[in-house]
Write a new protein. Structure first.
Lengths: 236, 518
């Protein structure tokens, strides 16, 4: 990991009440040269986030002294640090609530180390690329020229409708994040359509048919069932 | 003389006095009044003087009018003049008059007696009407007050019967709709023997009165009044009169309609109270169930997460593992993840089994959920060929994403588990009239012939004591999910070999999809 030597070590605050989970998550992060600060309560976690100025927060939703969703809301009040949610609850509403409150991604327990590190890298890539507008973006065999709004797949121009293009650009600018249905609907159609989930699904299916190699096995336009969508530039 | 009895009986007759019902008796009574007055004063007429006697006779005529009404009062007025002439005016004992002066007396006397008598009678009639109306209003008010606080059907029936008996002099009964829309007697109250459920049903269905005094079955021994509430008709009132000549005048008819409306509203209120209570109980139990399952899920998944995570971390903790050790670590991790799937299935089954699962149904393309299931089971399907055939023209389908994902995952898992490596699994869907049919077929060994659909029973496994893992919950969850969506599922062997499981979901009416100019 040469790049790590050049850059100062990245910091992560890990808020999780289960000691053994802290242990292996901490080990996995430390193995990639992350500096890990652990907290086992919401209160301690918030103060760690405040003092350590981390590059990433990993947060368990079920904490003994408060709801993880409130922690996300609190952090979003003063920081835009990426937040990765860990959730063991079977209901997707909690995940949706946490994402709507400002979390960037979630992992459902049980998860493996490789899954965890893939999410962490994706979130980090997103922060690093920042808001710099790229001239050209490519994923798979698709190339998008942002300035001329031309989408090519295998060197052939793909025609996208205005809404499809708007949906695609919202997804691209949030690449790596999980976007809830509500969030996407608001961005693309406006607040009055925030509950017309089938609009979004129909357009997402259309985008997949136009841009994915196999629309039933998408590699870039990933469905997070019951929650929303994630656009990945590089599939994991 | 006559003390006016102000009680006209228990409201059975039109507003008016009792004697009016038998005119000849009233006339007789009025005449008796005057005759009595005459007989009482005549012997002392010399002491009393004619003037005073005239006054007394006048008084008797007025009182008679007051007590017996205007008609008999007229008779009394005339009679009082005749009596005066006969007993007081010379020659006494004869109707002939010698002194013409008395003609004026007669005329004035008749005039005063008629005028005052008629006015008095009318005043009394109006007072009685007012009294009667007030009595009914009070009863109506008391009934509405009592009805406003009832919480059960028994109380409603009790109050309605009590007031109906009091207001209309009838033997009342109350027929209510049961859950199957049949008419049954209200709980806790007996029906009058003469009540005919057939006529009551007619009244309910046509939303009109029947029986006595109506156009339908006027010869029936009872009156049937539908209980019309704002939302629907809630039952029928049965009134069996206690007397032969019972009739309702228009005012009473209106009163009866008001009473019926009050009872109907009370019944409707109770209906909605019951619905609200059921909803609260249902919500509470679902909330409790969900939080219990969430807690269970959390408690079971946490150690499994730790197990999988720590197995992964073995490599990170120290020097790289030997291939055999790495393999063991990988097995630990896989078993932990598999156990987690099992736990999820068990919890899902518990939730579905509890019934009344609230589905989070949304219209969506089938393609998406198939993609999610394929993604989730990618590792398991790595050694199989999966072909997906979803026509682009397939309409949107309404289902709960997560439940359908679980069902499809279980089907794919099943197909992967019971077919040899390299087999082909085909997922197809088509629109079939009112159904959307989804099939998952394989070219493996197929299902045991004869009892294909037994697979959907809990804890049934296809191949006896096979070494494949799982307790056979997978397919019963598939069935529970599909049935919760009002669909059905069947399993069969394909003619070309291999198993095919077909799900049918209702097609319904998909919402308009947004169209835009290309």
């Amino acid at each position: 990991m040469n790049s790590v030597d050049e850059a100062p070590s990245m910091r992560v605050v890990l808020i999780e009440d289960e000691k053994q989970i802290r242990r292996f998550v901490g080990m996995a992060l430390a193995a990639e040269r992350w500096q890990v600060f652990e907290a086992d309560t919401a209160r301690q976690g918030l103060s760690e986030v405040g003092t350590r100025r981390p590059d990433l927060v990993i947060l368990d939703l079920g904490l003994p002294d408060g709801d993880g969703i409130d922690v996300v809301r609190d952090i979003r009040g003063w920081s835009s640090v990426p937040v990765l949610i860990l959730s063991a609850r079977p209901h997707e509403q909690d995940r949706v609530a946490a994402l709507d409150a400002g979390a960037d991604d979630f992992l459902t327990k049980p998860f493996g180390v490789s899954e965890l590190m893939a999410r962490v890298r994706a979130l980090l890539r997103r922060t690093r690329s920042g808001t710099v507008q790229q001239q050209q973006l490519s994923f798979g065999t698709v190339v998008i020229d942002m300035a001329s709004r031309v989408v090519r797949r295998d060197d052939a121009v793909v025609h996208l409708t205005p809404i499809e293009y708007r949906l695609l650009s919202v997804l691209i600018s949030n690449a790596g994040r999980v976007m809830t249905h509500r969030h996407l609907l608001r961005e693309v159609w406006g607040p009055s359509h925030a509950s017309d989930h089938h609009y979004l699904r129909v357009y997402m299916t259309a985008l997949r048919r136009k841009l994915e190699v196999d629309p039933t096995r998408p590699r870039h336009f990933i469905t997070e069932a019951g929650v929303g969508y994630r656009f990945c530039i590089e599939p994991w | 003389m006559t003390t006016p009895s102000a009680n006209p009986g228990p409201g059975t007759q039109p507003a008016g006095s009792d004697p009016e019902r038998k005119p000849w008796r009233a006339t007789l009574g009025a005449s008796a009044c005057v005759i009595l007055a005459t007989l009482a004063t005549a012997p002392w007429q010399d002491t009393l003087g004619r003037t005073n006697s005239v006054m007394l006779l006048l008084l008797s005529a007025v009182l008679a009018a007051y007590r017996f009404g205007p008609g008999p009062g007229l008779v009394a007025a005339v009679l009082s003049v005749v009596c005066f002439d006969f007993f007081y005016v010379p020659p006494r004992g004869s109707l002939s008059v010698h002194d013409l002066d008395f003609t004026v007396t007669f005329v004035v006397m008749l005039g005063v007696a008629v005028l005052v008598g008629q006015l008095t009678a009318r005043l009394r009639f109006q007072a009685m009407v007012a009294h009667e109306r007030e009595r009914r209003m009070r009863a109506l008010f008391e009934m509405s007050r009592d009805l406003s606080s009832v919480l059960t059907l028994e109380q409603t029936a009790d109050i309605s019967n009590r007031y109906l008996a009091r207001l209309f002099d009838v033997e009342p009964g109350l027929l209510l709709l049961d859950n199957a829309d049949g008419l049954v007697g209200a709980p806790g109250c007996s029906l009058p023997a003469q009540a005919d459920v057939g006529i009551a049903r007619w009244s309910l269905e046509h939303n009109a009165g029947a029986g006595i005094g109506t156009d339908t079955q006027p010869s029936a021994p009872a009156l049937y009044v539908p209980l019309k509430a704002p939302m629907r008709t809630r039952g029928v009132l049965v009134l069996v009169p206690r007397s032969e000549t019972w009739r309702l005048n228009p005012e009473q008819r209106r009163l009866l309609d008001t009473t019926a409306a009050l009872i109907a509203i009370a019944l409707e209120r109770i209906h909605f109270i019951t619905i609200a209570q059921d909803a609260v109980v249902h919500m509470e139990s679902e909330r409790l169930r969900n939080s219990l399952l969430a807690a269970l899920s959390h408690d079971l998944k946490t150690p499994l997460t730790v197990l999988a995570g720590l197995a992964d971390s073995l490599n990170l903790a120290g020097p790289p593992l030997a291939p055999a050790q790495a393999d063991i670590a990988e097995s630990i991790r896989e078993e932990a993840l598999r156990t987690s799937t099992l736990v999820m299935n068990l919890l899902e089954m518990a939730r579905l089994q509890a019934g009344n699962v609230r589905l989070n149904r949304e219209w969506q393309p089938l393609e998406e959920v198939v993609g999610v299931a394929l993604q989730a089971r990618a590792a398991m399907l790595a050694a199989h060929t999966v072909r997906v055939d979803l026509p682009a023209t397939l309409p949107l389908v309404e289902f709960d994403t997560l439940l359908m994902e679980r069902a499809l995952c279980n089907l794919l898992e099943n197909a992967a588990k019971y077919t040899p490596t390299g087999s082909t699994i085909e997922i197809a869907a088509r629109s079939l009239g009112p159904w959307i049919e989804i099939s998952i077929a394989d070219d493996g060994p197929g299902l045991p012939a004869g009892n294909e659909n037994q697979l959907f029973e809990k804890f049934t496994r296809g191949q006896g004591e096979s070494s494949s893992g799982g307790v056979g919950l997978g397919l019963s969850i598939v069935r529970a999910v599909v049935e919760a969506h009002n669909g059905n599922v069947k399993a069969e062997n394909r003619a070309t070999g291999g198993a095919c499981i077909t799900l049918r979901l209702p097609a319904g009416t998909p919402p308009d999809t947004p169209l835009e100019e290309p």
